[in-house]
Design a protein around this ligand. Structure first.
Ligand SMILES: Nc1ncnc2c1ncn2[C@@H]1O[C@H](COP(=O)(O)OP(=O)(O)O)[C@@H](O)[C@H]1O
Ligand SMILES: [Mg+2]
Length: 249
């Protein structure tokens, strides 16, 4: 396997008595898109929030780019980008002003922030909407802006939490192409989704999560091959086989 960029060992998080994340371990290689799949409530967002230094783990070890999240959160924050499940945008500002604002927050000067904002808007196919107010944008366009913001500062590891829920095909394809391009340039990606076909297409390896635990982890091809012919079965079928439940329940 390629050089590991993120390593997670035995991560735990409870809310009161409820174990939301219960002993999760995995690693992500440099330049790998890694999928965290599972139904709503599986613990995907809670896992991402701990990796992104937003939420404190009860126990476990997280290392990103050689830095411990517990001991050196600041260094970790400098090399990660986070595209949260819930949009975090100022509706009354233009796309460009939103991006410049977040760039400044990340420590860039005004000129740097503006240059990078324009580069990222171009990448997301939204350069002609730079001056448009975010309030007027479609859900898919807002998602793309959210991703463009996460990419300010050229992170080496990107967290994408369900970026394609309820968006149009054009925005979805743009998101796929962007992260595949960046992956080819060496960025690592943690991609969460409950759409199994999406994970199958994008991810080199996937961890299937349910009830706070990883119940399977491998390449989509191998996971499918364990229950049938990889060309004929889907990751949905794998989930059904492992849990006795359909993902869509
Ligand atoms: N801040 C919180 N307080 C209490 N329970 C929470 C909190 N955050 C998440 N949970 C619970 O933890 C479980 C996992 O949630 P989450 O990580 O958001 O799952 P996913 O992203 O896979 O849908 C859910 O049952 C959710 O209700
Ligand atoms: Mg979630």
């Amino acid at each position: 396997m390629a050089e590991e960029f993120l390593v997670v060992k035995d991560l735990h998080k409870s809310f009161n008595e409820f174990k939301a994340v219960n002993g999760v371990s995995f690693s992500i290689g440099k330049g790998e898109i890694f999928g965290l799949l599972g139904p709503n409530g599986a613990g995907k967002t809670t896992t991402i929030r701990m990796l992104a230094t937003v939420l404190k783990a009860d126990s476990g070890e997280i290392t990103i780019g050689g830095h411990s999240v517990r001991r050196d959160a600041e260094s970790v924050r400098n090399i990660i980008g986070v595209c949260p499940q819930d949009l975090a945008l100022y509706e009354d500002l233009s796309a460009l002003d939103n991006m410049v604002f977040f760039g400044r927050m990340a420590g860039m000067n005004g000129k740097e922030a503006k240059e990078q904002a324009m580069t990222n808007l171009k990448m997301m196919g939204l350069v002609d909407r730079a001056k448009g107010k975010v309030a007027k944008f479609s859900g898919g366009m807002k998602r793309r802006i959210n991703l463009a913001i996460a990419l300010m500062g050229n992170p080496r590891l990107l967290f994408l939490d369900e970026p394609t829920v309820g968006i149009d095909p054009q925005s979805r394809n743009n998101i796929y192409e962007t992260i595949e391009d960046l992956r080819d340039k060496g960025m690592s990606v943690l991609y969460t989704t409950h759409y199994m076909e999406e994970a199958d297409r994008l991810c080199k390896r996937v961890a299937i999560m349910d009830g706070g635990q990883i119940i399977a982890l491998d390449t989509p091809y191998k996971l499918k091959g364990e229950i049938g012919s990889p060309e004929q079965v889907t990751l949905e079928d794998v989930f059904l086989k492992l849990t006795g439940r359909s993902l869509r329940d």
